[in-house]
Design a protein around this ligand. Structure first.
Ligand SMILES: C[S@@+](CC[C@H](N)C(=O)[O-])C[C@H]1O[C@@H](n2cnc3c(N)ncnc32)[C@H](O)[C@@H]1O
Length: 306
């Protein structure tokens, strides 16, 4: 079962009111959702996940908590539409806990893990988009270089991308083991788990699920949906994700200027958000020991003030 990361910190920063409306954009195994639901009395929890299996798991978990909770199969990039469909104009708190869950990584058939052999799929929602193998069939070579460099933080990405696509052309990469082997051959690893395998799996997963574009849309809509004094909390696991959250919060946490056509200031609009985390909150030493998967987590939070 997935262990919720930075759970105490996230719940504290959400400042949950018993009668409030809260959205957990990334239900996963329902860990954070259950902690939110436990604090509600007349309030309401909307939990979303783009993975139908996570929706079922969270539904079962929340059925045991006495709270008004709805679990919806949706991409948080469509948060505004989901809230409009539910007739909700504003909410008191939104949580995004980005990335993949332990269930997705651990269930071999999902094709996320280099430690388990399975068809190379990696989609969080298998009813949409291309599997990772289909992605490799069609990706533009220059785009693949960018993906490996930006999403996998891989040095010498151009050479690696060229070799991987050449290998896929002559001996197609269809399974997680095919990909792990292809990477190991490039880096001449004899055994063990080379860091490059993890990085390349991460990069392809982020691309296949279009994770960064979804995050940018989701964070913007989450901040927009907040009622006055509403809280936003985001937990991310990759530098590209953290940058998106940091920049969107910072942008709304300072006054903006509306200019006349000649450049003179027409109006200064006060900051909409208060940044609650100038530096991101990281897992404690105890959490890192108990849950090594929390190691790259960063939490940022903001409050609607205008
Ligand atoms: C780290 S897990 C969340 C774990 C959860 N907080 C818990 O305590 O069990 C991330 C979850 O977010 C989901 N997810 C990732 N991107 C999403 C998106 N754009 N829209 C909705 N769900 C998404 C994944 O399917 C996965 O289940």
């Amino acid at each position: 079962m997935h262990v919720p990361v930075l759970a105490r910190e996230a719940i504290e920063l959400l400042c949950i009111r018993g009668d409030g409306v809260y959205v957990d954009c990334t239900a996963g195994a329902g860990g954070h959702s259950a902690l939110i639901a436990e604090q509600l009395d007349s309030g309401r929890l909307i939990a979303l996940d783009r993975d139908p299996e996570a929706v079922e798991t969270t539904r079962a978990r929340l059925a045991k908590v006495d709270a008004h909770a709805e679990v919806i199969h949706a991409n948080y990039a469509e948060l505004a539409r989901v809230l409009a469909d539910l007739g909700i104009e504003s909410v008191n708190g939104v949580l995004i806990d980005a990335g993949v869950s332990s269930m997705q990584l651990d269930e071999a058939h999902r094709g996320f893990s280099f430690q388990k052999d399975a068809p190379l799929d990696m989609r969080m929602d298998r009813s949409q988009g291309l599997s990772a193998t289909e992605y490799l069939d069609s990706v533009d070579p220059d785009e693949f270089v960018r993906i490996l460099r930006d999403y996998g933080d891989l040095p010498r990405a151009r050479g690696v991308a060229g070799k991987l696509l050449a290998r896929h052309g002559s001996d197609p990469i269809r399974t997680t083991q095919d990909l792990a082997e292809a990477v190991s051959e490039i880096f001449s690893f004899v055994d063990g788990e080379p860091e490059e395998v993890r990085k390349i799996f991460q990069a392809i997963r982020i691309a296949v699920n279009d994770e960064l574009r979804g995050l940018e849309l989701g964070v913007a809509q989450a901040l927009d949906s907040l009622a006055m004094e509403g809280r936003f909390v985001a937990i991310t696991f990759h530098s590209g994700e953290d940058r998106i959250v940091k920049n969107l919060i910072r942008g709304l946490s300072k006054p903006s200027r509306i200019l006349h056509p000649d450049g003179r200031v027409k109006e200064t609009v006060p900051a909409r958000m208060r940044n609650l985390t100038r530096k991101p909150i990281l897992p404690s030493v105890e959490e890192l020991q108990q849950n090594p998967r929390s190691h790259s987590a960063k939490l940022r939070a903001a409050e609607r003030i205008h």
